[in-house]
Design a protein around this ligand. Sequence first.
Ligand code: NAD
Length: 471
Amino acid sequence: MASRPGFFEQVNRTFDGAARHLSLPPGLLEQIKSCNAVYHVAFPLKRDDGEIEVIHGWRAHHSQHRLPVKGGIRLSDHASEDEVTALAALMTYKCALVDVPYGGAKGGIRVDKEAYSDQEVERIVRRYIFELVQRNCIGPGVDVPGPDMGVGEREISWMADTYLALSRGELGAAGAITGKPVSQGGVRGRVEATGRGVYFGLREAVAQAEDMADLGLSPGLDGKRVVIQGLGNVGFHAGKFVTADGAIVVGILEREGAIYDPKGLDVEAVRAHREGGGSILELDATERLPASESARGLEWACDILIPAALESVITEENAPRIQAKIIAEGANGPTTASAAQYLVERGILQLPDLYLNAGGVTVSYFEWVKNLSHVRFGRMEQRFKGATTKKILDAVEGLVGKPFEKSLVDSLAVGASEEDLVNSGLEETMVSAFHEIREAAHRLETDLRTAAFVVSIEKVATAYRERGIFP
Ligand code: NAD
């Protein structure tokens, strides 16, 4: 059997399919598609027992049509040059799609986090940032990393602290990395941003009555059965928000196995159980799969499948058995190019990664803006706007001659907080991008993934042309 094309090749196949809808010069398309640079670093780690181990890491700068470049760093035992290059390319298209003014980048450090102590992980991520500083591969105007798989606020804090220690008083140094805790210049709402964005995108997609009718589904999330792969940052928050809007999470797939219950699973309880060191296989469920068969849960009966863990999990092999009517890609690259094409033919609605998980980079962008402006969103106007609304309500009360309910006044006469503004900016971004790609899909008579690439490629092409590089 022919081996499956690499991840970057998969992204480029989708790119080529989209490029056929555009009449752009071949040279320009080639420039957009190419990865501008990949840095490979190898450095020694002194393990707790005194042994020396060489750690490998990469940072890919896919496109510098806008600066800085931006993309997360992942800690994973299968990180590779091909993987970071493909993910950096996806970042280029994702940022362009949602009008976040960055080029695409991605970083990876090849380690299985579970096999290292906390102190060893700290030494690894600090040294990786040191290596990026040495190569001018990080900085608020150059390259702004953020969180990705295996990297949460703890690792980001170590990274930001390392950059700060080396930055010699650079004014915007906090903007060199995003996903920081609020106490270190982070923005409220970043932790849950990607999952919240997945929810906004899904909510918008299922609100389209005619699209749902084509799938044999009713509009709205209420009562929709959801299966999630990966209950990490993206999967957990997506699960939490869709549940709050009436959906029922019936299946959860994790490293240690998968569980299914048509009555519904409580994602918060499952997460708490795992964080306490438990396995999902210990929880009540009607069906269970062991670790070696966890991925078979992708084929469980449901309306919406949210892959939110790894790439290339939906392939030509299992695509015929997928029962979901909607695949909502929380993870990057969960569907291979050929499986995606096959699923289009089967009439399954795919909300593509470059659109659906763009909430993370969108809110990272807000964090970067906050860091460069050195002021919390809402700080200047929150009280002013609250007081102005109160004056308007007082005036209207005077005119009607009847007081408003106190609870109504209290809910209206408040200005927006940082979190309100961030979530509102995220919602606006996800809703408008959805309609932009849906409109392009209708106009070009194609699927949402191809349409999303078309919209992105056009925007990157415009950026190159505006710089006078291409006719
Ligand atoms: P995470 O490390 O927080 O969570 C990943 C989860 O997947 C973990 O719970 C892990 O145990 C689980 N997992 C690992 N291997 C598995 C397997 N074989 N089967 C089932 N589950 C498995 O990572 P994350 O930040 O949630 O990222 C998940 C995906 O979302 C990645 O593809 C990442 O690139 C993408 N993404 C993340 C962000 C973000 O802001 N964190 C933004 C955009 C895209």
